[in-house]
Design a protein around this ligand. Sequence first.
Ligand code: FES
Length: 145
Amino acid sequence: MYSEKVMDHFQNPRNVGEIENASGVGTVGNAKCGDIMRMFLDIDDNGIIQDVKFKTFGCGAAVATSSMATELVKGKSIQEALQVTNKAVMEALDGLPPVKVHCSLLAEEAIHAALWDYAQKKGIEIEGLSKPKSDISEGEEEEDY
Ligand code: FES
């Protein structure tokens, strides 16, 4: 059901932890499953992501996708990091079962939330970045009613 890459990142997640005095911190959740993701970014003066760490109360797919997402944004510019969508992360992991696709959104939204926090602190605007959701199930829930 899960690819080898998903299993690998689930069992040996990369970049787990926290960054003290991070340039940006983003927290997002999914009210439906109750999972939470927090992402820490260390961004240097040239706008390059020098370090990234995450912590989660999340399912295995959330762990694996966040682990891969942190690998994909490390060493990248802010604009490059914005291209790391949940689809890009899933492709890098050789896919996820359809019922687990929403889990990969936690990582994407948490990175956006951390970049948003960084921009707020710096008083800058990041092109292409709009205010992130704090709950990734917000949009979905409306459709349910
Ligand atoms: Fe909640 Fe996967 S089930 S993030």
